[in-house]
Design a protein around this ligand. Structure first.
Ligand SMILES: [Zn+2]
Length: 244
């Protein structure tokens, strides 16, 4: 591992991490009432900017502001497979052209009362869960700024543990797919659902916010390799019933 002298304090004491995280939360709640209700009503763009700047100032001595000025935090309602994501594009000389921490709005808005168990510890509120998910993605941005690449190596864990006390990388916040799986729905499941006063049945081919279901239909616009025709429906997950 290449040693780089880090331009910020690491590791931090647990109590200090908690103090700084609550400070961020208090400041965000002052800025954005909708973010602080349970369940969360929404989050403003300015709040996402403030989130990044507060973390950068309080935890990283503004290192990212100096070295990765293009970094943005966005919220996406279409991101349903994970709670957060770090995306980065590089130019011809491996310089960073764009960097984004994309947070799942779908995720945030569905969180109700805690506790939530994530990254090795538990937090009480949806807002804290959101911050902890953000911290994980921030470590990916930071590792990229420091070393040019990022993954889930020991080096990454060292940053996540030293800065934010994360001791694991898994969380128990359910994604849509996991929630569907709990209800016995998977890609390939045979299901039925109500359609215009009757019930039709088909096969699940995708699970996101809604499921895609292919229903056999002699006049359908989709055709499989054996010549069977189907119509495609997008169906809310709670309308589906599994056919055993
Ligand atoms: Zn990660």
């Amino acid at each position: 591992m290449r040693r780089v002298k880090l331009p910020f304090a690491l590791p931090l004491e647990d109590a200090e991490i908690l103090r700084r995280r609550s400070l961020v939360l208090a400041k965000l709640c002052m800025l954005d009432e909708g973010f602080c209700t349970i369940p969360v009503r929404g989050i403003k763009e300015e709040t996402l900017d403030a989130l990044l700047h507060l973390y950068d100032d309080l935890f990283l001595d503004s290192y990212l502001g100096r070295t990765m000025r293009c970094l943005r935090v966005t919220i996406s309602t279409r991101l349903t497979s994970s709670a957060g994501k770090f995306l980065c594009t590089k130019g011809a000389f491996r310089q960073i052209k764009s960097a984004e921490i994309r947070m799942s709005g779908d995720f945030l808005m569905r969180l109700d009362e805690g506790p939530f168990f994530l990254n090795g510890f538990s937090v009480a509120t949806p807002q804290e869960a959101f911050l902890v998910v953000f911290e994980h993605e921030l470590c990916h941005a930071l590792e990229t700024a420091l070393y040019g690449q990022t993954g889930h190596s020991a080096r990454f864990l060292g940053l996540a543990k030293g800065l934010f006390g994360h001791t694991a990388m898994r969380h128990s916040l359910p994604t849509r797919r996991q929630e569907a799986a709990r209800a016995g729905l998977f890609v390939g499941s045979r299901v039925c659902f109500p359609l215009k006063e009757s019930t039709v049945s088909g096969v699940v081919t995708y699970i996101g916010k809604q499921a895609t279901v292919m229903v056999p239909d002699a006049h359908g616009e989709y055709q499989d390799r054996r010549g069977h025709r189907y119509t495609k429906y997008r169906v809310p997950l709670d309308h589906l019933k599994r056919i055993p």
